[in-house]
Design a protein around this ligand. Structure first.
Ligand code: ATP
Ligand code: MG
Length: 481
């Protein structure tokens, strides 16, 4: 068979495989052992039918894995990798399938159609994609993929973590896939640099840490990129907040309040920020700054920036703070920072205080009060010496609203609090909660029973809302009793 994807190799150059004879010798020994055993004992010890089926299935899978390893090795030897780049997906699939058939024939292995198709697909994923991770990446119902060493891959579906049946062959296999991911973005992980943050080709966020820092095998976490981000309507439909709260948030964003979405890891901060951004007017110039570009703004006038870590020589880092400082010179109407977690907090607060109102960011905190403390800590850690009261009054005049995102124990994500900053009382920042999620109990299934409620306090921005044309009915602030 001639193929432009196949390396030229003289006939007989490949060493003959040992698989078939080895298999034959195992069979002979087993057969001899079986003959020697008394028939009666064999009948008595026969396992139940389901166990036999399960055992057969296990053996079949093991055999398929062995075959895959062998054929994969061959493919890497045979494929002309430079020609692959210009090939279409269909050409590649055909090629891999025919090389696999050839290898199976060589090994005198016969597979049924389904196994053959599955094998070709896995080989394709192995050569062109991210191996065992590939089907998980393609599965739209999966949000997160969390790898704890080669044999334990967890997935998050609908807010719940579950162990998947996908595994890597061994740590080396996992490391090879990690290497493939990080080298594609010009990074490297090794002993001296054992962790890395990166973005996959499809936009998914990727983080890894390899041994010996990761004790039981490499740790990988992938936050899948969703092409169709959840919109306000979706979030209302999923029960993340109510229509009334959505109307309030629309007014808040349109009237250019400075908003901070606070929440824990994976609580839906970025999703909420992205959904809130849909209320920004199409004529505004919005600049976004993120460590990993996840936001997808729908406006026409959007400039996206992504910070960059230092390269292997420790040079070339561009921090969020660098981007933010530069963004201020780019005549933005609003600035959105994906997550404020360090020294950029100073520039963010200053931007919010100096004419870029309507700016938004997220921070890691468990409730709005906690979010204020986090802001204070970040300011203190950035090395700026400022009396506490001055720092607080800067925060109080910069931030208008906290939106709290939470992931509840039952896996649901909800906006558990909408809290306004109303100013300072003495040394303390005064805040008022306008909406909250009230927990009422737990169903036997673990599902949390609760409802969203207004606190009865009217927004302190009501006049501003009205002046900007958002006449929210007073009823949205009335609590259900
Ligand atoms: N209300 C919701 N209902 C269902 N799924 C949601 C909801 N909000 C977010 N998600 C999903 O949860 C996952 C995590 O959301 P997101 O990335 O917004 O969280 P995050 O708080 O920004 O996480 P991180 O702390 O890792 O940055 C995403 O896959 C997202 O699609
Ligand atoms: Mg996020």
């Amino acid at each position: 068979m001639f193929s432009r994807f196949k390396k030229d190799m003289p006939p007989g150059a490949r060493p003959t495989m040992g698989t078939a004879p080895a298999a034959a010798s195992t069979t002979t020994t087993t057969a001899a052992a079986a003959r020697a055993a008394p028939v009666q004992a064999a009948v008595q010890q026969r396992p139940p039918a389901e166990a036999i089926v399960a055992d057969k299935e296990k053996k079949r899978k093991e055999r398929l894995t062995e075959l895959k390893v062998e054929i994969h090795k061959r493919l890497l030897e045979d494929l002309n990798l430079s020609a692959l780049e210009s090939a279409s997906e269909q050409q590649l699939r055909t090629e891999i399938s025919s090389l696999a058939t050839e290898a199976l024939d060589d090994m005198s292995v016969a597979l049924n159609k389904d196994d053959r198709l599955a094998l070709t697909q896995e080989l394709y994923d192995e050569v062109m994609g991210l191996g065992p991770l590939e089907p998980l990446l393609k599965d739209e119902t999966i949000n997160d993929i969390l790898v704890n060493g080669p044999k334990r891959i967890f997935i998050e579906r609908a807010g719940k973590l579950e162990l998947s049946d996908v595994t890597f062959r061994d740590e080396r296999h996992l490391l090879r896939i990690i290497d493939k991911i990080v080298s594609a973005v010009g990074r490297r992980v090794d002993e001296s640099n054992p962790y890395c943050d990166a973005r996959l080709m499809d936009g998914s966020r990727f983080n890894c840490m390899i041994p010996p820092i990761a004790v039981d095998g490499s740790l990988v976490s992938i936050r899948k990129f969703k092409k169709d981000k959840l919109k306000i309507e979706d979030l209302v439909r999923f029960g993340a907040f109510t229509e009334e709260m959505a109307a309030y948030l629309q007014a808040a964003v349109s009237c250019r309040l400075n908003i901070i979405v606070s929440g824990g890891t994976g609580s839906g901060k970025t999703t909420t920020l992205n959904a809130l951004s849909s209320f920004i007017d199409n004529h505004e110039r919005v600049l976004t700054i993120e460590d990993t570009a996840e936001l997808q703004l729908q406006q026409v006038h959007v400039g996206r920036m992504e910070s960059r870590p230092a390269n292997v020589e420790g040079k070339g880092a561009v921090t969020q703070r660098d981007c933010l400082r530069n963004a201020l010179r780019m005549r933005p109407d609003r600035i959105i920072v994906g997550e404020t977690r360090g020294e950029e907090v100073i520039d963010m607060l200053q931007a919010m205080n100096t004419g870029h109102d309507g700016s938004m960011t997220t921070i890691h905190a468990n409730n709005p009060r906690d979010a204020v403390s986090r802001l204070e800590n970040m300011v203190a850690m950035s090395g700026i010496e400022m009396p506490l009261k001055a720092m607080r009054s800067q925060i109080a005049s910069a931030v208008n609203l906290f939106v709290q995102a939470s992931r509840l124990q039952d896996g649901t994500r909800r906006m558990t609090s909408v809290t306004e900053i109303t100013g300072m009382e003495g040394d303390v920042i005064s805040m008022q909660e306008v909406f909250r999620f009230e927990r009422l109990g737990v169903e036997p299934s673990g599902k949390i029973i609760g409802r969203f409620n207004a606190t009865g306090i009217r927004s302190s921005y009501s006049d501003r809302f009205r002046q900007w044309g958002f006449d929210l009915p007073a009823s949205i602030y009335e609590p259900i009793v």
